[in-house]
Ligand binder design. Sequence first.
Ligand code: FAD
Length: 336
Amino acid sequence: MQIETRLNLKLLNTFGVDATAATAVRVRHAGEVRDLLRNRQLCAQPRLILGGGSNVLFTRDWPGLVVLPDIREREVEAGAGDAVTVIGGAGEPWDGFVHWTLGLGLAGLENLALIPGTVGAAPIQNIGAYGVELRDRLLWVETFDWIRGRLQTHYNADCQFGYRDSVFKRELADRLVTRVAFRLSRKPELELDYGEIRQELADRSIHAPAPRDVADAVSAIRRRKLPDPAVIGNAGSFFRNPVVSEAQAAYLRNQHPTMPQFVAYGGVKLPAGWLIEACGWKGRREGDAGVHASHALVLVNHGDATGGQIWVLAQQVRDSVSQTFGVTLEPEVRVV
Ligand SMILES: Cc1cc2nc3c(=O)[nH]c(=O)nc-3n(C[C@H](O)[C@H](O)[C@H](O)COP(=O)(O)OP(=O)(O)OC[C@H]3O[C@@H](n4cnc5c(N)ncnc54)[C@H](O)[C@@H]3O)c2cc1C
């Protein structure tokens, strides 16, 4: 177990904002987590788990302990028929894990290629992209229970997955995810109908795509469309797309006939980016905190913005959408 004091987190969050952790500990396996539990001084501190830092905004220094899960593990278990179970340690980089499964000839995770972050964080907000969500492929999540000092397995149905949501954001928010298992298949059933996947494959003259072709197509589309955190600090979509009632959606349709709406998650989903753009925020900046010029849903750090400045801008955006449309935007990013 590696303990560090006053760890600078600037390189550990994709917004690239300055923040310091009073103490940080890197854990490489469940045994080290148990050792950590025996250290009363460390355990008395407020605890924050940090994976790749691609879904957090630090608005201040962290006064306690930051746990960095560095559990590297990749396992394959044969399943029945074409089904195969693969298991990833929490510290595995997500995209590398996806490509490892593709290299084994397994289908299932291809649409989720190139999402930044780690395997351990993926269930927290039920990551999703291009028509697939983690819950569609997830078998179980293993967590460490700090109170009982033991590991617990949560099967898919117990994870209460929703749109960018799970039990690990709510009742079990303190748990450390140690491993995640997926049910994949040797027989691909590809999801090609979302966004520009079919067009991208056609442009590459691929008519009978393999899962790896889909991952490559998705990665190419993402590289074209999304700002790269290595170039400009960001955490992807800052807000979740709001889901409103059918009655509120009908009222908004009437007031704003061009507003896109999608039936989803037991209501009507509105694209937050459209709402933000309609309020005139696209491309605006306050100092080094800004709204991306092509993606109104992505807040960016143009250089030296503090997390506090980005959060102030986020609140201005949220207030303006609320005043214009009567719709409340909730951050998708964890604001610390
Ligand atoms: C350019 C860009 C594009 C993105 N595109 C998408 C997208 O298409 N779809 C999507 O869903 N998301 C997307 N995201 C968001 C982000 O990639 C995901 O939320 C990802 O799962 C975060 O992983 P992370 O390891 O960086 O987590 P972090 O940012 O480090 O942490 C996020 C949350 O998870 C908790 N956490 C992290 N690891 C663990 C663990 N082992 N145990 C318990 N809790 C943990 C943290 O405490 C925090 O609350 C994007 C982000 C960026 C920067």
